[in-house]
Write a protein that binds this ligand. Sequence first.
Ligand SMILES: *[C@@H]1O[C@H](CO)[C@@H](O)[C@H](O)[C@H]1NC(C)=O
Ligand SMILES: *[C@@H]1O[C@H](CO)[C@@H](O)[C@H](O)[C@H]1NC(C)=O
Ligand SMILES: *[C@@H]1O[C@H](CO)[C@@H](O)[C@H](O)[C@H]1NC(C)=O
Length: 260
Amino acid sequence: MKVSTIISTLALAGAAVAAPSHKGKKLPTTKIANIEVVDTELVRDAIKVVEKFIPLQPYLYNHVMRAWLFGAAAFNNNATLKAQIDLEAHAIGTLLHDLGWDMSPDSPWVTKVHRFEVDGGAGALKFIQDHPCAKSEWDELRLGWVYDAIALQAIPDIPDFKSIQTQWMIKSVGFEFPGPRSPLIKDADYDSILAKFPNDYLFRGTNETFTWLAATKPDAIYNTFIQDFGTEYVPGFNATGHRLFDIIQGGLQQEVAAHA
Ligand SMILES: *[C@@H]1O[C@H](CO)[C@@H](O)[C@H](O)[C@H]1NC(C)=O
Ligand SMILES: *[C@@H]1O[C@H](CO)[C@@H](O)[C@H](O)[C@H]1NC(C)=O
Ligand SMILES: *[C@@H]1O[C@H](CO)[C@@H](O)[C@H](O)[C@H]1NC(C)=O
């Protein structure tokens, strides 16, 4: 290989690696609930996906919009942090993090075999990969940030050593939990987000959705925290025999018997 060929090959490889990262990249913006957010075709299309929740699960639409906007408000409040974040990936990872909650009978996202976090992660990947922008703008790294955030959203410690992108997608959803307001977000921003997307039914909606998951796809939720909603609220639900605990106990009894 000629030196010039090697150099141009390296340059191409460098360009291919650098191109998809949107970190610190200037993207078009708009304002939603008075919060400046990225405004790309992909983000607009993700909003259209979650708007489909409005008739049946309005609390879900409000929840994902708030999660995105709380994160965006925290970034707008800290320029150093904002420069580290891939704002488009963050928008997708927050807006689509609960596709697995879709209770519509013809849901394209919900399966009988996967827990809701995995349905959501797989759904978000499919949404991105089916989009015209996917080939040129989404590499394995960006896809991985989104999948990891959605799939790991309910397991507090595992994401601690994931990338800052994944961690901030999850952290943005965390602003939804009860407790004092975060000092990372301005009070005025909290007020405008909550005025436009009120939080008045989230936990009642969550309770309904999680009970529904336990009732409709028990095999997918044994050994996850949704199991407790089944035990508590679903008549006839019985996790005993399905838990990893039971499987280990079964092995244990066989082993003890074999070595008796
Ligand atoms: C802003 O973000 C940077 C980078 O994440 C962090 O080190 C710094 O502590 C943040 N500043 C405030 C005031 O939170
Ligand atoms: C939570 O959901 C279960 C099952 O639908 C229901 O029985 C219970 O009353 C709900 N709790 C509240 C406080 O709404
Ligand atoms: C659940 O199933 C286990 C094992 O099949 C059984 O021993 C137990 O009594 C059941 N519990 C209830 C509450 O039905």
